[in-house]
Write a protein that binds this ligand. Structure first.
Ligand SMILES: Nc1nc2c(ncn2[C@@H]2O[C@H](COP(=O)(O)OP(=O)(O)O)[C@@H](O)[C@H]2O)c(=O)[nH]1
Ligand SMILES: [Mg+2]
Length: 377
């Protein structure tokens, strides 16, 4: 891979990574209720493999584990119900300190987890939830490991949910969210309720961390696609602005950072790490023999009858159509990767398939745009 490409892509990738930021979730509940299982089900297995994190503030019993676009805060050595005072005091201190920092360093949402088949919700737990709310945290109460059959939750879980609702706590939706996080071999119980919990989390999270939450979660690919489309539109607009007064074909490189930034951002939405994303980007946008030429100019050559580039200059229309088509083609690649495609990106077959897929998508999208512009005059 050409050095210039890797360097420019790295630069854009890092910039985008800062801009995605981090979503920080505080998670509470007794040991064994299924907190880790729930986190893994929504945010991916990688989360489980990481260590125990670091104290949120010096001497605190609250630990934060930062894994990419996700921060998980939990307590260690303290138990909700027994040690409420200490936990709340630690949280209070931590949040006061965090408030002076950028949004991505603050706590955004709290999940309070109770096992659905536990028959009671103690006063101390209710009080703890109340305190979380008073600290300014949106609180979602989650019932874990709730059996579901024929569209009916287990009666014990329903009873517990009603018990909790009757306390009229300041919790999201006024009701606990029923979940089951991991398929059980023996009973055959499939997971459920995860999307509902995620949707609720999106509703109460600050607007500024939606992008990080979208990237961090691994169950809602519709949200990921929408987020990617948003960034494609932004890049297409930037490209049009950059070519507002037509630029010579030889200066097309001014569009490269815009396009690489867009590709980096989409890769991040799909949790594709830098090295892999760089390989994929090169493999899909360059001819096998000339790896490393400017992405944009190489793609120009793929367009049948490049008469669009009238008089050797690139205008706003072409710049934005190209960027748009590139974004769509790259999005298709990332979606395929997220579904487990192109595992061995170094193999010839994968490479060939990848290039073909990218080229097909690119041309398809480009045509659509040209037709659009005709229709709109
Ligand atoms: N099948 C199944 N097992 C679960 C579920 N949630 C938790 N468990 C199991 O319950 C045990 C405790 O879960 P864990 O996530 O470690 O609880 P934590 O202490 O709250 O983090 C583990 O053996 C999990 O595999 C679930 O939704 N389905
Ligand atoms: Mg755990």
């Amino acid at each position: 891979m050409a050095d210039w490409f890797k360097d420019s892509f790295r630069q854009e990738y890092d910039k985008q990574s800062v801009s995605v930021g981090r979503f920080n979730l505080a998670i509470f509940g007794k040991t064994g209720v299924g907190k880790s299982t729930l986190i893994n089900a929504i945010f991916g297995e990688e989360v489980a493999r990481t260590g125990i994190g670091q104290p949120v503030t010096r001497g605190s019993h609250l630990y934060i584990d930062k894994i990419g676009y996700l921060g998980i805060v939990d307590t260690q050595g303290l138990e909700v119900g027994k040690d409420n005072k200490e936990i709340i005091s630690d949280l209070n201190k931590a949040m006061a300190q965090m408030r002076r920092m950028p949004l991505q360093e603050q706590l955004h949402v709290a999940w309070y987890c109770v096992r659905g088949m536990d028959r009671r919700f103690e006063d101390a737990e209710a009080e703890f939830v109340q305190r979380l709310h008073e600290l300014g945290l949106p609180v979602i109460v989650v019932l874990t490991q709730v059996p579901l059959r024929d569209d009916r939750y287990h009666p014990d879980a329903i009873e517990l949910a009603e018990q909790i609702a009757a306390r009229k706590l300041p919790i999201t939706g006024g009701l606990p969210f029923m979940t089951y996080a991991r398929h059980d071999e023996f009973t055959g119980q499939p997971p459920h309720g995860l999307q509902g919990l995620l949707d609720a989390t999106f509703r109460v999270a600050p607007e500024g961390v939606e992008g990080a939450l979208t990237a961090a979660q691994e169950i809602d690919y519709v949200r990921k696609a929408k987020e990617a489309q948003k960034h494609i539109a932004v890049a297409a607009t930037s490209a049009a602005a950059a070519a507002a007064s037509p630029i010579p074909f030889s200066d097309a490189a001014v569009l490269v950072p815009i396009q690489l930034g867009m590709m980096a951002r989409i890769a991040q939405i799909y949790k594709i790490k830098f090295d892999r994303a760089a390989l994929l980007a090169v493999a899909s946008t360059t001819a096998a023999t000339s790896a490393g030429r400017a992405t944009f100019t190489n793609l120009l050559k793929m367009v049948p009858g490049a008469g669009m580039v009238a008089g050797g200059v690139i205008g706003a229309g072409v710049a934005s159509s190209f960027t748009y088509a590139m974004g769509q083609a790259w999005l298709a690649v990332c979606q395929r990767v997220a579904q487990g495609g192109f595992e061995a990106i170094s193999s010839m077959m994968d490479n060939e398939q990848l290039r073909e897929m990218f080229a097909d998508e690119f041309k398809k999208r480009l045509r659509v745009r040209r037709d659009d512009s005709k229709i709109n005059g």
